[in-house]
Design a protein around this ligand. Structure first.
Ligand SMILES: [Zn+2]
Length: 112
């Protein structure tokens, strides 16, 4: 299994975050990679792989959609019940898919 080296400058930062959040450094790295790769995947998707369709509501050509999902976040709290720090949100399920132009639902025509 390929295990890339982490830049030495990042170790103290990762260590501090891991200490503050009380989770292992490897989890922080995984969260960071997840966040990056999710974004990178969208950017890296070649145009030829994508398509465009006409929104049945506003009749505009769209190449992307808004995907609305529920998510949850873990929050660290203080003794007096204040939220001190929020972890990365974790996606649960898709609740709606909408046209980015008119914001009307495309759930009937777009499939995951
Ligand atoms: Zn539309």
């Amino acid at each position: 299994m390929y295990s890339p080296k982490i830049k030495a400058d990042y170790i103290p930062i990762l260590y501090q975050i891991a200490q503050a959040r009380g989770i292992p450094m490897t989890h922080i790295v995984r969260e960071a990679l997840d966040a990056y790769l999710n974004k990178a995947q969208i950017v890296a998707m070649p145009a030829s792989n994508g398509g465009c369709m006409t929104c049945p509501h506003c009749k505009k050509e769209i190449t992307s959609v808004y995907v609305y999902s529920t998510c949850h976040q873990t929050a660290r709290i203080s003794t007096d019940g204040k939220i001190l720090e929020l972890a990365q949100p974790e996606l649960e399920e898709t609740t709606d898919i909408a046209c980015p132009q008119c914001l009307k639902s495309l759930k009937e025509v777009i499939h995951e």
